[in-house]
Design a protein around this ligand. Structure first.
Ligand SMILES: NC(=O)c1ccc[n+]([C@@H]2O[C@H](COP(=O)([O-])OP(=O)(O)OC[C@H]3O[C@@H](n4cnc5c(N)ncnc54)[C@H](OP(=O)(O)O)[C@@H]3O)[C@@H](O)[C@H]2O)c1
Length: 430
């Protein structure tokens, strides 16, 4: 018998309690472990949760869970930094393994929690914190422990993927697609964390930490959101053979002076032939590029009560197994590696300009690109008169050079407006 204490009983906690009930006999048959939810901490004792819990199981004091010597494993699904952080630390100090889905906490205090887990010799498991139901943390920590992972690219936010899919497939505006996502419950009333890339940034920080053994926190992640993406960008992307996705990209550079990492979240043009291009609606996927293993992709539901509870339950069974054997898993040691800033990263770029329709415009623009060492891979011109527009795709160029090019382009009298600039990712031509 393994007694599970659950901190929080909302979307994920409620689904976990139901899933344990549903899966208990089968888990026992397969593992010999019988899981029992022994205590659940919530804020409101009267809130309707759609689950039947004995009245004496619920408590408003989370310390009743953490301090109870009868509880074997603690699950933290409250969310946020405090009191989650201090409760997890207290549970580990009391030698209880902890399972958490809390990306915000791990992305900001991961190193402290990893160290406490090692110091207390207990498991700290967090499969659900990145890409919900998709197994990615365990494959990274275990299956790929010997791999030289070079780059991870993830569609790790379902809300923004849903919005971009609607814009791509139905020609919807950003505002209309966001309103639909809110109506369907995919987007919060305040969608900032999703649409500005903060949520994806937290997940990218955790992924980079475990994949590269580097101390990366949410504040190290460069991010741009999707609010500026227009139906015109979507249409041009399609015509050029791309689809626009919000990508979390974590890279490790093996330099002679030592490794460096870079982590960023921004909308990107992804070639239609890339496996990530087919990830639609609110689905998530994580694409891993390794030196020996080559390309891998993990696909599935990145959020939602049941998929997230499935990942939490897998961790609970793992922690319970370890507890029975008197052992625990080791987390990677997080080294303090240099974080390469966005200015120094290289990419191809899509640049969409409104231009004056007269001879010599192309030469003036090409001179600016050349001045900053940004070479043009392709050019499309369309419209006449007031609607004249030029769309460039560049060869790989350094971000700082592209930014200098854009500054000078804005100063040209033949440029009416720089409409949009997007990085092209997943197309490794030079
Ligand atoms: N939802 C998803 O799809 C998803 C996916 C991946 C990861 N996660 C992560 O999972 C965690 C939980 O998310 P959620 O969607 O389940 O959140 P939620 O629905 O808001 O549930 C939070 C729960 O915590 C309880 N709670 C809040 N403060 C508390 C306190 N001080 N003491 C005791 N209980 C407290 C709440 O109690 P009341 O019910 O009484 O208000 C509620 O039951 C978060 O870290 C989130 O980032 C969620």
């Amino acid at each position: 018998m393994v007694k599970v204490g659950v901190l929080g009983c909302g979307n994920v906690g409620g689904a976990l309690v139901r899933l344990i009930e549903r899966r208990r006999d089968d888990i026992e048959a397969r593992t010999g472990l019988r899981l029992e939810v022994a205590k659940v901490a919530v804020r409101s004792l009267t809130r309707e949760r759609g689950i039947t819990l004995a009245a004496d199981l619920l408590t408003r004091d989370p310390r009743d869970v953490v301090d109870d010597p009868a509880i074997d494993v603690v699950v933290e699904v409250i969310g946020g930094i405090e009191p989650a952080r201090e409760l997890i630390l207290a549970a580990m100090k009391a030698s209880k393994p902890v399972v958490t889905a809390n990306k915000e906490l791990l992305a900001n205090h991961g190193a402290e929690l990893f160290e406490a887990s090692a110091a207390c010799s207990v498991d700290l498991l967090f499969e659900a914190a990145v890409a919900g139901g998709i197994p990615i943390v365990r494959p990274m920590r275990e299956s790929l422990a010997g791999e030289d992972v070079r780059r991870i690219m993830g569609i790790v936010n379902g809300t923004t993927n849903f919005i971009l899919t609607r814009m791509t497939e139905q020609g919807t505006s950003y505002a209309a697609a966001l309103a639909e996502a809110q109506q369907l419950g995919y987007a919060e009333r305040d969608p900032t964390a999703d649409v500005e890339g903060y949520d994806a940034g937290a997940k990218a920080a955790i992924l980079a930490s475990i994949a590269f053994g580097a101390r990366v926190v949410a504040g190290d992640v460069y991010h741009e959101g999707i609010a500026g993406i227009t139906p015109t960008d979507i249409e041009f992307a399609r015509r050029l053979g791309y689809v626009i996705k919000l990508l979390a990209v974590a890279e490790r550079f093996n330099e002679a002076a030592g490794p460096e990492v870079a982590v960023r979240v921004h909308p990107a043009m992804v070639p239609l032939t890339h496996p990530l291009a087919g990830v639609r609606d609110s689905f998530n996927a994580v694409f891993v590029e390794g030196d020996a293993v080559g390309d891998l992709m993990f696909y599935g539901r990145g959020a939602g009560g049941d998929p997230t509870a499935s990942a939490v339950l897998g961790d609970v069974v793992d922690a319970a197994r370890n507890l029975r054997k008197g052992t625990h898993g080791d987390l990677v040691t997080l080294a303090k590696l240099p974080i390469r800033p966005i200015d120094e990263l290289a990419s191809s770029y899509y640049v969409n300009l409104d231009v004056v329709d007269r001879p010599g415009v192309l030469r003036a623009i090409a001179e600016v690109f050349e001045r900053h060492g940004v070479s043009i891979r392709s050019l499309e011109q369309e419209g006449i008169g007031d609607d004249a527009r030029m769309i460039f795709i560049t060869h790989r160029a350094i971000e700082a050079d592209v930014q200098r090019t854009l500054t000078d382009l804005r100063g040209l009298d033949v440029i009416l407006q720089v409409n949009s600039v997007l990085r092209v990712v997943g197309d490794e031509s030079p």
